[in-house]
Ligand binder design. Structure first.
Ligand SMILES: [Zn+2]
Length: 104
């Protein structure tokens, strides 16, 4: 699903989310539906979060919060939808949580 050669990889960090070690990897990402942008993706089975390398730094930070929230909701079995995730991730981004996570 995601193919990349190592030259494409940007920043790679690790975060422990709910007791699971996740790899956060910057890559050029393309949505399967070519008309949509893909900012990030949470690969549940692999404990990987992908962040689109080609978006603005502020978007990367907000996207990381967004995908971390998906992981938290997933790990805790809570029902959620995309609008809830977007509202919370935007609120946390404004509080500076993205700066905190992204420099980890
Ligand atoms: Zn989402």
């Amino acid at each position: 699903m995601v193919e990349a050669n190592t030259d494409d990889i940007g920043k790679a960090i690790e975060l422990n989310i709910g007791g699971h070690d996740y790899k956060i990897i910057e890559l050029p990402l393309k949505h399967e539906d070519g008309s949509k942008e893909l900012y990030g993706r949470h690969l549940v089975k692999e404990n990987v979060i992908l962040i689109n390398k080609d978006i603005a730094e502020s978007r990367k930070k907000e996207t990381l919060i967004h995908e971390v929230l998906h992981a938290i909701f997933y790990n805790t079995g809570l029902e959620h939808d995309e609008r809830q995730i977007e509202a919370i991730s935007n609120g946390l981004f404004q509080l500076g949580v993205g700066d905190f996570l992204w420099k980890t």
